[in-house]
Design a protein around this ligand. Structure first.
Ligand SMILES: [Zn+2]
Length: 258
């Protein structure tokens, strides 16, 4: 009996110290968390909210019209030929000095331009508007003229293709003055009128769109005469951001969907 007990005790100890290896899949599934089938994993991934996957804060919702003052229009982003701002007003009627009659601009931009021009005049600057709103068809004609002049389909980087011009937005203006012989050209950038604009235009919501040194970023030559209206609040945000106008508008994410 004692022998039998000893044998049984030894057998029991053996069993406890080295349990038999488990070979069934069922037993293994108890020990480890199951690996879901591939399809199930894909489904889980798809259900993860997009905002958790995106880097940085979400972009603002894209505007449903091209009227947003921050809409991005450049070599890659096109306005449709049919887009015409619905609140164009005559700059003549607003009392803004213009080179040619029939010069139009969107209402808010025209109101601020009137204040800007009055402030410039009181500082002794004789700024005058050489160009403002241009329709898609006007821009086509302007581009063709420059392309013929330069013998270059890109118009020497001096003129946007139709649909790619900020002038079609009705919020861009070209300034000149007597010191620049009333021309739209780079000598304007060396006049006191240009220096005045660089310092003061932002107060009225206007920004130099194609600055010197940022040609590669904007895709345009330095255009000291060309300013775009984005509104005083957006100018403040732009200045706080330290970004160029091109980068700021790209980040704002408003695309020309209209
Ligand atoms: Zn211009």
């Amino acid at each position: 009996m004692l022998v039998l007990l000893l044998v049984c005790g030894y057998a029991l100890l053996q069993f406890i110290s080295s349990p038999p290896s488990v070979s069934t899949g069922e037993a293994a599934s108890v020990k480890e968390a199951p690996n879901p089938p591939k399809e199930e994993r894909e489904e889980k991934k798809a259900k993860t909210p997009a905002k958790q996957l995106a880097k940085g804060p979400p972009l603002p919702a894209p505007a449903e019209s091209c009227d947003d003052l921050r809409v991005l229009v450049d070599h890659e982003h096109t306005l449709p030929y049919r887009y015409v701002p619905q609140d164009l007003v005559s700059l003549d009627a607003a009392g803004v000095p213009v080179l040619n009659g029939g010069t139009l601009l969107r209402s808010e931009a025209a109101g601020q331009l009137q204040l800007l021009m009055a402030a410039a005049a009181s500082d002794g600057e004789d700024l005058i508007i050489a160009s403002s709103y241009r329709s898609y068809a006007d821009q086509q004609a302007s581009h063709d003229k420059w392309a013929n002049f330069y013998g270059d389909p890109n118009a020497g980087g001096m003129s946007a293709l139709p649909g790619h011009s900020q002038h079609q937005l009705g919020t861009a203006v070209d300034f000149t003055n007597s010191a620049a012989e009333y021309q739209i050209w780079q000598p304007f950038g060396r006049t006191s009128g240009s220096a005045w604009l660089e310092k003061n235009a932002g107060k009225y919501g206007y920004v130099l769109a194609y600055p010197e040194g940022l040609e590669a970023e904007t895709g345009y030559q330095w255009e000291p005469w060309h300013y775009r209206y984005i509104g005083p609040e957006n100018v403040e945000r732009l200045q706080d951001s330290g970004m160029s106008l091109q980068k700021f508008l790209t980040e704002e994410g408003v695309r020309p969907r209209c």
